[in-house]
Design a protein around this ligand. Structure first.
Ligand SMILES: C[S@@+](CC[C@H](N)C(=O)[O-])C[C@H]1O[C@@H](n2cnc3c(N)ncnc32)[C@H](O)[C@@H]1O
Length: 263
């Protein structure tokens, strides 16, 4: 029986049911740790490619009290789910203003619906894998750079470009619709080049990511390949369920940087 939803709305609904578990938990933990270093300076935080808002809600504690966190995405269906979940979870969420906005496309070029230099920090969690062309990727960085204040922070997490050998790694995947069909919910990664295209996912290389970030005005770039730790289990409701290879091989490349100051 196929469990893959047959349209985008159904997919977004299924996606929204999945909690912050597995690799998404690790990604959120890494982004949170980075942003917390700058919390006192973060009033306005943007989550590029927010999906159903999992990554957005996960970083809500990283803004100053009274702050604003804005999730932006190209998918209307995801944004509907994000707004619905925020409403449902509002009593459990910190007192931060959440907004979800649609990224518009004009002549094939995406534009984040925010003014220049409004954000104290911009993050993006497992989104760039879905971007298919270098031109689109460059534009995504350009847009993230445009909306970031001089001196503001960027934190990017994407699938690692070091995933290089067939059957080398097995990772703990969240039970998204497409993953449910995978045996034991484990995906083996295969490819031999850094610009991996894996079932339409792109593991963009460190070189491309850093080049486009620099072109977008970001400086002081740091690149990490974060590992999971046993002290943070991948499935909080079932702490005996362990990580797979994430303990010794990072599923992610994480880039952090600061927007160039004008003075
Ligand atoms: C794997 S989901 C991650 C969602 C969210 N960041 C999270 O951690 O739950 C990828 C999201 O990226 C969005 N996306 C894909 N391509 C995009 C693009 N070119 N610009 C903005 N968002 C995009 C999709 O609509 C989807 O919501």
């Amino acid at each position: 029986m196929s469990v893959t939803p047959n349209n985008k709305t159904d997919y977004a609904k299924e996606y929204a049911k999945v909690e912050l578990i597995g690799q998404y938990l690790l990604a959120a933990h890494c982004v949170r740790e980075k942003l917390m270093l700058f919390k006192e300076n973060i009033h306005y935080l943007v989550d590029f490619g927010c999906g159903a808002g999992k990554s957005t809600r996960a970083i809500a504690n990283c803004v100053r009290e009274g702050g604003v966190i804005v999730g932006v995405d190209i998918s209307d269906d995801m944004l509907i789910e994000a707004r619905g979940l925020n409403e449902k979870l509002k009593d459990k969420l910190p007192r931060v203003k959440f907004e979800y906005k649609k990224i518009m496309t004009q002549n094939g070029v995406e534009k984040i619906p925010l003014a220049d230099e409004v954000a104290d920090a911009v993050t993006t969690t497992i989104v760039l894998v879905e971007i298919q062309s270098e031109e689109q990727l460059r534009n995504a960085f350009h847009e993230m750079g445009r909306i970031t204040k001089p001196g503001g922070q960027l934190v990017v997490i994407n699938s690692s470009d070091k995933i290089t050998c067939e059957d080398f790694t097995s990772f703990t995947y969240a039970p998204f619709p497409e993953n449910k069909e995978r045996k034991d919910n484990i995906r083996k990664c295969k490819s031999t080049v850094s610009n991996i295209v894996w079932e339409k996912e792109r593991h963009w290389s460190r070189e491309i990511l850093t080049q486009f970030a620099e072109e977008a005005g970001f400086k002081n770039l740091s690149v990490e390949y974060p590992l999971a730790t046993e002290s943070i289990p991948p499935f909080p409701d079932n702490p005996s369920r362990p990580w797979k290879d994430e303990l010794c091989f990072s599923p992610f490349i994480m880039l952090s940087a600061r927007k160039e100051s004008t003075h």
